[in-house]
Write a protein that binds this ligand. Structure first.
Ligand SMILES: [Zn+2]
Length: 87
């Protein structure tokens, strides 16, 4: 199950658990967490950044060939809400 990051909607009403961003594990199709599991204050899911490795030798991780090998699809925005699948 993926790990999602949440934070309290009102940072002035938090407990020790939700005083800063915290992680919570649930299924992709489960509804998002709406309240802190420790104190019950409303929380919102935070969009986390993904890590892209930019070390030498890893330059082509997001290349078409590697994406196809790993089973990913790549869509290119052609404008007007249209996307073209390139991989
Ligand atoms: Zn809390």
């Amino acid at each position: 199950m993926p790990v999602y990051e949440y934070q309290a909607k009102a940072p002035e009403h938090t407990c020790e658990h939700c005083a800063g961003p915290f992680e919570f594990r649930h299924g992709m199709h489960d509804p998002p967490l709406s309240a802190c599991p420790a104190c019950g204050v409303p929380v919102v899911r935070v969009v986390s950044t993904c890590r892209v490795d930019t070390r030498p030798g890893t330059k082509n991780q997001l290349g078409d060939k590697n994406l196809k090998r790993l089973g990913f699809s790549k869509l290119v925005n052609e404008g007007d809400g249209k996307f073209r699948k390139t991989v």
